[in-house]
Ligand binder design. Sequence first.
Ligand code: 16G
Length: 201
Amino acid sequence: MSGSYRRASMDEHLYDPEILRRANFTKYMSKFNPRISIMNPGDNLLVRPLNSGDYDRGFLKLLSQLTKVGHVTREQFHERFATMKECKNTYFVTVIEDTLLHEVIGAATLVVEQKFLHDAGIRGQLEDVVVNNTYRGKQLGKLIVLTIVALAEHLGCYKIVLNCKDKLIPFYKSLGYAFEPGQSNNAMTIRFNAPQFQSNL
Ligand code: 16G
C-alpha cells in the first residue's frame, strides 16, 4: 500500500474510549426495558469509538442502510479517519459491534462545533444514526442516540441538534429532542449538483 497518503494505523480508536466510560448514562437508564447501557449494551455487543479496522467490520455497509455511501476505498477510509482524528475534540463517531460476528451493527456520530457565542461554548450535532435492520427490537437505536446525548453533555456542549426525516420525529421526541418555539420544521438545505464529489479543502 502506498505511503503517499495519511493513514490511520490498524486498530486505532478515533477517540479515547475512556470518554465513553466517563459519560453519565444513569439518567437515561429508565428509558430501557430491559435495562441496557453504554457499558452493558446486551449479549455480545460492545459500544465503542469507531476503529480504524472497522472498514473490514462492515461499517460502510451499515451506513448504506441510511443513505448513499458510494465507493469508498480502504485508502479513502483511512485517510478520512486520520483527518477526523486530527480535528481534535470534534468527531466522535461511535459504534456498536457484534463481538461474535466482529461486525459493526450500529453507529452514530457526535460532531462538536466550536463557537464564539455562549461564552465561547461548544454545540453538538447528532449525525448518521443507523442500526442494522436485522438487530431491531434490541433498543439499540435508543441506546446509540442516548450514548451520543450523554457524550455531548459530558463534553460540555450547551445543546445538541439534529436533522431527520419526518417519520423519525416521534422517535427523537421520545428521547428528549424538541422543536424550539418559533423554530419547528425549519431544517433547510441547498443540495449541490456534484456527481463526482471533488473537495478543494
Ligand atoms: C439523516 C441523518 C444525517 C445524515 C442524513 C443523510 C440523523 C439524526 N440524521 O438526516 O445525519 O447525514 O440523514 O442523508 O442521523 P443525505 O444523504 O440526504 O444527506
